[in-house]
Design a protein. Sequence first.
Lengths: 186, 314, 423
Amino acid sequence: MDAAVFWILAVLAVVSGVWVFRFDSMARATFSLLTSLLCVGGLVILLGLDYLGIVIVLMMTIEMAIMAVFMVMYMMNPAGLMPMTMMHNKKGAAVVCGLVFALLAAGILLAPWPARRGKAPADPTMELGMSLMGPQMLTMMTLGLALFATIVATVVLATRRGRYDRLGDDLRARRADDPVRGGVGQ
Amino acid sequence: MAERTPLWAVFVLPALLVAVALVTAGVDAVLAAGARTGRPASLREVAVRAAGPGREVLRQLVQQPRRTRASDVPLARIGAALLPVAAVLAAVVLPLGFRSVSDLPDGIVWFNAMEALAWAAVWLAGWGPNSTLSLIGGYRFLAQGLAYELPHMLAITTAALGAESLRVGEVVDAQAGLWFAVWMPAAFGIYLLSAMAMAFWGPFDQPAGQDVAGGAAAELSGADRVLFLGGRWLLLVVAAAFSVPLFLGGGHGPLLPGWAWTVLKTAAVLAFLVWARRRIPTLRMERYLELAWVVLTPLAIAQALVVAVVVLNR
Amino acid sequence: MVLGDREAEESDWVENLWHAIPAPKARVEVTDPDRTADALDRGLTELAHGQLRGPAETSDHDHGAAAGHGEQPEADEHAEHGGHEADGDHGGHDMHTGHETHDEHDGHDMHRAHDGHDMHGGDEAHGDHDMHGGHDPHGGHHGHAGHDMGGLVDGLPMADRADDRDGLRLDRLHVPLGPALADWPAGLILRMALQGDVVQEVTVETVAVPPSPRPPSWGFRAFWDEPWLRTAAGERVSKGDAARRLCAAHLDSLGRFFAVAGWADMAARTRYVRDRALAGADAAELTPLVRPLIRRAGRSWTLRRLTTGLGVLRTGQARHAGVTGPALVADGDAHSRMLMWLDAVGRSAAACDETETLDLDGAEAIGPRGRVDGPVPPSQALLDVLPGLLEGTEFACARIIVASLDPDPDELAHVPAAGMLHG
């Protein structure tokens, strides 16, 4: 049963991964990629890591849906509506792909994989949480803050309008002068 | 919790959901007709009105399908079909009384992940027909998703935090005494808002809004339309029903058996949502987003903090 | 159902609309006001018996029109009226090219009053999206993405690009809105350049009205302005009739406004009260119907939150553009214009029994949308201010702004007689 599910998901993941580059529509390519990632999520669940697998499904769905919008928005191709191809720089890409594949395959075949010691924990989610949030707590907190600071900084750098544009030179305007008004009315 | 759920439950679940959705849609149709012309004259009229959604389903199925030019039919079909599938999959962790089809150890995350599939579904259905209005509808749902998802995730995390488990069954067990809705009112309120938002229904119906002639559903016809709009009702029912194990004590209650309490509470939540829809015009996301991020998200975080402190001192 | 002249029926957009409506469908042509009831009954019979007329193929038509499937209240209305409850084919599909006042078919006199309306987009369907950007996945390879711009894909024009309001160079799509769109001033066409759902440019058009061949005694008068136009022309009109028409006109506008704002219940109720007003309900019946509406809409905190700041039109700007009606007095945004309407509805509902003659007495004849005896029809002024208000707004806001001004393209068709120019 598990083997059958594994092969179905694995083949589906690879095939839809290939189709990302075969489709000539941005929307289809994006959602083909999503299919591939969802299959990977399924494979992770199959490994017994329920939480990680489900989170992959959750994150990837939201991420790819948002990404579809951005791909359509920023493509040179107007609105992503024109038939297009995902292939660029075919020769260089082929060489890079071949090398990476060879490297990874060699790694898999040559690495001395350790044999399993002990048995799988009863609640892998709990173990995952403990190992991430226990000894690595400081790292996680620092990482979280750094990521958040990056997001804020990027937005601040990217926006064209600063607070003086919004609230006037003395920052005293009662209502911010925005192109679109928000609901809180600040 | 220990008993295994029989296999037939897998087939009963969708049928049950469809039945509840039809009843809810019927009640909604009666209220909508009542809002137009006042009280219905006779019981028969009420019945005719309540059967409206069912008739509409049949009519769609026999109607001539339409197709727009240069449309991406497979994508639109996938989008329309994905919506009910996501709703039913999310319902797998819903306990009726104290038994669900599958009480996954990460049930709450599972529910969230399945509900997020609706993001992809609505966008696909909006994109597929190659029509401006439906595309606007599809985009709107993503904007709506960004607005509601953040407070929503924090709200359901708060419930999990209160029970110290991601398993829906244990969340119910933790409410044997005090319901979470009582000591996490902010999280419960936010959850009710996001329940309507994830089903893009009622005050959150902008993705399928009247001003874009049905939005993401504008160009769907026939079976696609039935699946999409039916999937929306299923999603609403599932989202409303999920608030019962999360915040309203699941099957816990005096006298009646567990399943009866679940049904009663779900009906109450649905009735509240249907009522709320009558009172409030459509919330536009460019206004709601600010509310969601500036007010609701900090509120949800504060609520989670309170719960965390209580749980640590228990 | 197509009301009006041959020219209107044969124009392209009506044909397109007809193609876009899925079968089963029936097309009824009403050319004689006295036989409206017969024509409608015939249409229902046709639907019931499934005798399809007109071209049957609709697959792969070239515009993405959507008929507002039976969700519209009209579907039920038809079924009840026609007394047949067939599952598959009740009247949600006849093409409403009529004004929205035709929701209920018991008021046939209303149809007569509508004779002057040559062409109206109905409230059941929208059409004429002939400018979709195509994304045909089966089209040929066009080399690298982005090297073919502004071409045609599958016969549909592509999007081009322009700077958006934040200075990003993004795609834009040219989309015509109207003439037939749900809750839209019938006959109005806005050609929009959209970036995503942000309106970038707008040009206003209306469906071309052919010179009316009708005898002058029928008059070509905008329905909602009729009492004031007749008074200005020297006919006798009672104050009550004028108040009734004003009340119904504003309720009609409010119905569209609520529908676009996504408040289906209020929209349905408002339209019901409008139909009662037009059907001749007296003040004692209308006042209790109108009062809860005014209270609910006026007090709604969410509606205020959602519509303030949309389409702000200050008095000075409005006067400069020649706006004369409630939009001038409101001196503000969509919400304040709605409050003006509510206020006027309340007052006129109470006054619709007065029998004295409406006497302008040198004063201006102010109709529901403004001064009807001025040099230009009031709706023309509203249309003139529209593009300025719409640019840079989001699609939903644009719809609300249009609904809050609610120009009536009928008024444009009314050419004031020479003597009336100076009122």
